[in-house]
Design a protein around this ligand. Structure first.
Ligand code: VGL
Ligand code: ZN
Length: 186
């Protein structure tokens, strides 16, 4: 019997209201995600988990695109306290290398280094992956695209995501890009 997995992407303090890289409405998805968690065989949470001085930070040289966020072993990198931690079976940390960022929970952005998530899902007998969390137009999108490219059936539950929308409409474009890659948006 194939199993279903819920991938909960980066529901961390720095992406929530008051955080360093707050995603508008991020706190609104926590209760829905907690409800969803009950319905899956496997719940996997990802953490954006950067070393100090990470290349994606605007303070690094050359400057990256983002304010300092999700620095390892800081409050900002912790999962939001309202998320039901006990329902999580497995954790994946990403963006842990100093010199390359990682929007996807499967690969670094250079598409070379793997996190081991694809292997873990296969070992668990997962064929269909459901993706929720933050941010729709970055880590959710790249995680969903890589999951599909790895051969999994992929559904993104849009109500349980929120977008950064650095440029207005990034959310809509992300959804179109995922649909074009044979990902179901529900
Ligand atoms: C993310 C920007 C930088 C995300 C992570 O989780 O979507 N976005 N690091
Ligand atoms: Zn990051």
């Amino acid at each position: 019997m194939s199993k279903t997995a819920l991938l909960v992407v980066d529901v961390q303090n720095d992406f929530c209201p008051g955080g360093a890289l707050a995603v508008p409405g991020a706190d609104e998805i926590i209760a829905p995600i907690n409800e969803l968690m009950e319905r899956f065989d496997l719940v996997i949470a990802t953490l954006d988990f950067h070393p100090p001085g990470h290349c994606s930070f605007i303070t690094s040289d050359p400057p990256g695109p983002w304010p300092e966020h999700c620095v390892q072993d800081t409050f900002g990198a912790e999962l939001h306290e309202d998320l039901n931690n006990e329902a999580i079976d497995h954790f994946v940390c990403k963006g842990t290398a100093l010199d390359v960022d990682s929007y996807s929970a499967f690969f670094d952005n250079d598409h070379v280094t793997e996190t081991g998530l694809a292997r873990h899902l296969r070992e668990q007998g997962v064929e269909h992956v459901y993706v929720v969390g933050l941010a729709l137009d970055y880590c959710v999108k790249f995680t969903a695209l890589d999951a599909r490219a790895e051969g999994f059936e992929v559904t993104v539950i849009a109500d349980a995501t929120r977008a950064v929308n650095v440029t207005p409409g990034d959310d809509e474009r992300a959804i179109e890009e995922m649909r074009a890659a044979d990902i179901t948006i529900s």
